[in-house]
Design a protein around this ligand. Structure first.
Ligand code: C2G
Length: 159
C-alpha cells in the first residue's frame, strides 16, 4: 500500500518526491517499535523526531504478551488501547502489533522501511538490520518513564 505522505520532505529527499497531479507521493518510510504504555512526552517526542526522518511513520506496538516477556508485568493499557492511542498521534501514519523482538528484519522488509529508529536505550541492539535500512538511535527524553509514572501513581494514590 502506498500512502500519500504528509508534507514532511527532509531537504535531502525533496528531489525524489514524485508529483502525481497535485499530490506529492514520496517514499521514505520510517519504522519504530515500542510498548508505549501510559503514553508520555518521552514517547511522543521520539515519535515526532522519527517522523521527521521520512515521509511516513509506521509503528510496531508491542503485544501484551511481548510486553509481559520484556517487562515481567502486564501493561496498564491493553494492546488495542495502545494501538489506538499511538495510531491517533499526528506524527504516526500506521500502526501494527509487534509480536516478537526477533522479527525486526521481517517487519522492516514487510513495511519496506528505509529507516529504523529507536531510543538510545537500545543503542547498537539493531545494527544487524543495517543491511536492510538505515538504523538511527535517538536520545531518550530524560527523567520520565512508564515505570516511574506507575510507581508515582501507586505511592500518591489516596495521599
Ligand atoms: N523513550 C524515550 N524517552 C523516554 C522513554 C521512552 O525516548 N523517557 C523511547 C524509547 O527509547 C523507545 C520508545 O520511546 O524508542 C518506546 O519506549 P517503550 O514503550 O519503553 O518501549 P520498549 O519497551 O523499549 O520497546 O522492539 C523494541 C521494543 O518494542 C521497544
Amino acid at each position: 500500500m502506498r500512502r500519500v505522505g504528509r508534507n514532511r520532505h527532509p531537504p535531502s529527499l525533496k528531489n525524489s518526491a514524485q508529483p502525481v497531479g497535485e499530490v506529492v507521493v514520496s517514499n521514505t518510510t520510517v519504522i519504530t517499535f515500542g510498548t508505549f504504555d501510559v503514553l508520555h512526552v518521552g514517547h511522543v517526542r521520539v515519535l515526532n523526531r522519527a517522523a521527521e526522518l521520512g515521509d511516513r511513520l509506521i509503528v510496531g506496538v508491542s503485544s501484551d504478551a511481548l510486553n509481559f516477556s520484556k517487562k515481567g508485568r502486564n501493561p496498564v493499557f491493553s494492546q488495542d488501547e495502545r494501538l489506538e492511542l499511538v495510531g491517533n498521534l499526528k506524527s504516526v501514519d500506521q500502526v501494527f502489533v509487534e509480536e516478537s523482538l526477533d522479527l525486526k528484519r521481517d517487519y522492516i522488509t514487510e513495511h519496506a522501511a528505509d529507516v529504523l529508529v529507536m531510543g538510545d536505550d537500545w543503542a547498537g541492539k539493531f545494527d544487524f538490520c543495517s543491511d536492510l535500512c538505515k538504523v538511527v538511535y535517538l536520545p531518550r527524553t530524560p527523567s520520565i518513564s512508564t515505570t516511574a509514572l506507575i510507581e508515582h501513581i501507586a505511592t500518591t494514590r489516596g495521599a
